[in-house]
Design a protein around this ligand. Structure first.
Ligand SMILES: [Cu+2]
Length: 133
């Protein structure tokens, strides 16, 4: 501030103050917007970790065959108006979900490689396969 006469320096500081406040509040506002949407943050996190998902709709599993890496957690989501379950019938590890209402989900983490076959205990004609590598 050498270019300013000594008497003007306090005025310069006062003039700069509102600018500093505006900048700070803009930064805080950005932080609040990011924090205000934990669902969006969770969705982004889920997308980045790529948790494999299987939709149950029209009395079938979509996709019917899913290949994942060992250690993956597969999530089933019931998109039907009817109740379904996920019950393993063959494979290195067994799993059996409770009854899933519409919108409910079930997750299972596959720790062993192999081919897993499963069905819905309510509708035994429903079949799915998980291949773990
Ligand atoms: Cu079913």
């Amino acid at each position: 501030m050498k270019h300013l006469p000594r008497w003007r320096r306090p005025f310069f500081a006062l003039a700069a103050l509102p600018l500093a406040i505006v900048c700070t509040s803009a930064l805080l506002h950005r932080g609040q917007v990011a924090a205000a949407s934990p669902a969006a943050a969770a969705a982004a996190a889920a997308a980045s970790t790529m948790k494999p998902a299987i939709a149950i709709s029209n009395y079938s599993f979509h996709p019917g065959i899913l290949t994942v890496r060992k250690g993956s957690t597969v999530i089933w989501v019931n998109r039907d108006d009817d109740v379904h379950t996920i019950k393993s019938t063959d494979g290195p590890e067994a799993f059996n979900s409770p009854a899933l209402d519409t919108g409910s989900r079930f997750g299972f983490t596959f720790h062993q490689a192999g081919t897993y076959r499963y069905t819905c205990s309510v509708h035994p004609y429903m079949h799915g396969v998980i291949v773990v590598r």
